[in-house]
Design a binder for this molecule. Structure first.
Ligand code: PBG
Length: 326
């Protein structure tokens, strides 16, 4: 292929040509919308760094999920902010915890959307770490038991899938075992397999009130400089029974998404995290970029990299945009 025989511009002449040649088509079916449940009634707290995203009491949340369902968004991922936090994260697994109650209500009222639950302890521990602290550090194996109990309690409440995000070694296996023993062998696990210790989670920690009170998450989340290590993490999770592999964040880790898609034969999810959302919102607010185009371009890039599904705070906006186009 050589110029002047080959002229790539021939196939870009107008929108019809571009449609015909287009390789990656973003679809509403690819989108998963994160939502935040808080205790109370009639609560809708805006999250300052995430315009259009709210913490909502269950009554308000149900209406929002109904709306997402009507747009054809196939799934939500649910986070909970409990009334009280403690050292042992009790709020994460009690029968009437915030997530358990929210799942039950949503499943009763919104039959046409899947409810995925985030399984982690950082919203429930007083210190904000993703596990139980022993001798000044997060103790892996003690945490596994609580994560397994939490996942089981979500399944009992009716969750369609659980998504462990604590980055404890062995968490997928521990949860698989607990689900199977509890009679939930048909509930899949979406594993946050390659979750990096990223500054792009900043706005989420305001939303979930989950910032660590001391230290950081670098002893359990991955070093952003590593790619081979992601492959080792994913290999472990696949061996322990992961059904879907997740890479998080998405935009700064498109190479990891691509490698995962090429090296593993499982569906790949990417988490377009809070900071990635907020950057676009902030720049658009200032008039520095076109927010809608930046949203569509970045979501398309995540899909092009190899993601089969995208968890994104843009889900509603992107769905509306996609409806307009079709
Ligand atoms: C819980 C969890 C986090 C996110 C998803 N699950 C926060 C963290 O690890 O600090 C981040 C999501 C986002 O930034 O949008 N561990």
């Amino acid at each position: 292929m050589q110029f002047p025989e080959y002229r790539p511009r021939r196939l870009r002449k107008n929108d019809l040509w571009r449609k015909l040649i287009r390789e990656t088509i973003l679809n509403i079916n690819d989108l998963i919308c994160p939502v935040f449940a808080v205790p109370g009634k009639n609560v809708k707290n805006p999250i300052s760094a995430m315009p259009g995203v709210f913490q909502e009491s269950i009554d308000v949340l149900v209406k929002e999920v109904k709306n997402l369902e009507s747009l054809g968004i196939p799934a939500i991922i649910l986070f909970g902010i409990p009334e009280t936090k403690n050292e042992t994260a009790t709020g994460a697994f009690i029968k009437d915890g915030i997530v358990q109650r929210a799942v039950r209500r949503i499943k009763e009222t919104c039959p046409n959307i899947l409810v995925i639950t985030d399984v982690c302890l950082c919203e429930y521990t007083s210190h904000g770490h993703c596990g139980i602290i022993e001798k000044g550090d997060v103790d892996n194996d003690t945490t596994l038991e609580i994560l397994a109990e939490t996942a089981l309690s979500h399944a009992k409440a009716g969750a369609d899938m659980v998504a462990p995000s604590a980055m404890m070694d062995g968490q997928v296996g521990a949860i698989r075992e607990a689900l199977d023993e509890g009679g939930f062998e048909t509930i899949p696990i979406m594993a946050y397999s390659a979750k990096y210790a990223s500054c792009f989670y900043g706005p989420f920690r305001e939303a979930a009130k989950s910032a660590p009170q001391f230290g950081n998450r670098k002893t359990y989340q991955m070093d952003p400089a590593n790619s081979d290590e992601a492959i080792r993490e994913i290999t472990l999770d696949v061996g322990e029974g992961a059904d879907i592999i997740m890479i998080k964040p998405a935009l700064a880790y498109l190479d990891i998404i691509r490698r995962t898609k090429e090296e593993f034969d499982l569906p790949v999810a990417a988490y377009n995290v809070s900071g990635e959302f907020s950057m676009i919102k902030a720049a658009a607010e200032k008039g520095w970029i076109d927010g809608t185009q930046a949203m569509m371009e970045s979501l398309t890039s995540i899909k092009r990299a190899g993601a089969d599904m995208i968890i994104t705070y843009f889900a509603r906006e992107a769905a509306l945009e996609l409806q307009k186009k079709s």
